[in-house]
Ligand binder design. Structure first.
Ligand code: T4K
Length: 401
């Protein structure tokens, strides 16, 4: 551990870790089972187009999420685009700005206008009261994001969507394995969309899913992910190629075999972080609501720079120099990214909570590749730089001048 601020890697000391520790470092399941399945699929000579592994994984996920349909896709973004198309959304769609840009891009990409809504400062999810203020005759839908895997205020959003006859999609990219009051994420709204990208605790290399209880919608989505084909040569609607392949599904099945232990492992690392950082002045540790089950894949801190005498972005530089790749998700908010920054009418009301959050947050590494000793070192290092916050800031400033 560092004894003196001159030992910091930003001031040319040796880095704390030899190898990079990333937020989003993939969870690799026992590889023998994965490789065995790859061999099986090669031997079978069935590699994609709803092969046996995709079907098996769809069934397992459907049962796990307690939902009627699970349609696997090539990634979460395509799944969102297809869900928007399949629900016939038009005009304006209300989305949070405090999310990964794929949420907004999915709306924009299919030719509609994302209208950005502020989030609740405590839950970081779309604020239903703010949603109401943004509804116009052009609004056709709402996309709520279960950010960090913490469920949105589903009751309030479902009520608004019923009252104003709007379609409701949940971007559940972070929320596989989470539940709200004993109901698994997957069956809320008209449909929910998941991501199984390599950086998610449950990954299929690339991959995603749409889950829904609506039979007709599921049927439409199935057609749309396969060019609109019904049978061998009968195309009945416009579609795209949104299918998951068998190698991805083999990874998903292998992940599924270890899902319970992976979540338990995430939870124990989260508990360790909470114990070590949960009561430090200047750090607000993001907690999961006790009524809901979480997957604990994100460790999120809200920083109060004034109490730490250290700017968040300087802290990030310090961490990166030590080979700890922390992230300032979801900076700077979609509305401050292109093409939205240059568009009229995407921001109608204040996004002050989004702007404040995007300046305050850092995410720390966790997951199976980060062992407890590394977490202890990360936390001890964080405490060290907070204690020496003003000295470090002064020295960094001198170095820049
Ligand atoms: N909606 C929401 C709310 C989302 O968060 C996402 C995706 C989507 C929709 C869209 O779902 P997908 O179409 O992606 O299925 C990453 C992921 O690429 C993205 O999937 C994820 N959200 C987002 C939160 O994180 P970046 O831009 O941060 O990726 P990148 O390349 O910087 O990687 C993140 C970290 O992971 C790096 O520090 C390196 C590490 N990493 C990454 C990969 C791919 C590894 O160590 N190994 C790897 O193989 O977006």
């Amino acid at each position: 551990m560092k004894k003196n601020i001159n030992d910091l890697a930003i001031f040319n000391g040796p880095p704390l870790f030899k190898d990079l520790l990333h937020v989003g470092c993939p969870n690799i399941p026992p590889r023998d089972f994965f490789i065995k399945r790859i061999h099986e699929s090669l031997d079978r000579q069935w590699l994609t187009n709803r092969g046996p592994f995709v079907k098996e994984l769809e069934e397992k996920m459907r049962d796990y999420c307690g939902v009627k349909h699970c349609i696997l896709t090539c990634n979460g973004t395509t799944a969102l685009q297809i869900a928007i198309k399949a629900l016939d959304l038009t005009g304006e769609v209300i989305v949070p700005s405090f999310t990964f840009v794929a949420t907004a891009h999915s709306v924009q990409w299919v030719g509609l206008k994302p209208v950005f809504c502020d989030v609740d400062p405590v839950t970081h999810t779309i604020n239903p009261e703010e949603v109401k203020k943004l509804i116009t005759p052009k609004t056709s839908g709402i996309i709520g994001v279960h950010l960090w895997g913490r469920p949105c205020d589903t009751e309030a959003l479902e009520k608004i969507s019923a009252e104003y006859q709007l379609k409701l999609i949940f971007d559940a990219a972070h929320a596989f394995g989470a539940s709200k009051k004993n109901r698994m994420i997957g069956s809320f709204g008209n449909c929910e969309v998941m991501s199984f990208h390599a950086t998610k605790f449950f990954n299929t290399l690339e991959g995603g899913a749409v889950t829904t209880n609506d039979d007709a919608l599921a049927e439409r989505i199935r057609l749309m992910i396969n060019f609109g084909f019904e049978g061998y040569d009968n195309v009945i609607c416009a579609g795209t190629n949104g299918k998951m392949n068998e190698v991805s599904a083999a990874m998903g099945l292998t992940m599924m075999d270890h899902l319970k232990t992976t979540i338990e492992d995430n939870e124990s690392k989260y508990a360790l972080y909470e114990r070590l950082l949960g009561s430090i002045e200047g750090i607000q540790f993001m907690r999961y609501n006790g009524d809901n089950k979480a997957n604990y894949q994100f460790i999120v801190l809200e920083l109060d720079e004034s109490k730490m005498k250290l700017q968040r972005d300087l802290m990030i530089k310090i961490f990166h120099a030590e080979n700890i790749v922390v992230r300032r998700y979801f900076y700077p908010g979609c509305h401050r990214m292109e093409p939205y920054r240059s568009q009229a009418n995407v921001v109608k009301n204040s996004l002050k909570e989004t702007e404040a959050l995007s300046e305050r947050i850092i995410c720390l590494p966790t997951g199976p590749s980060i062992d407890k000793e590394k977490i202890e070192n990360i936390c001890a290092f964080l405490k060290f730089i907070i204690v020496h916050g003003s000295e470090i800031s002064d020295k960094a400033l001198e170095n820049i001048l």
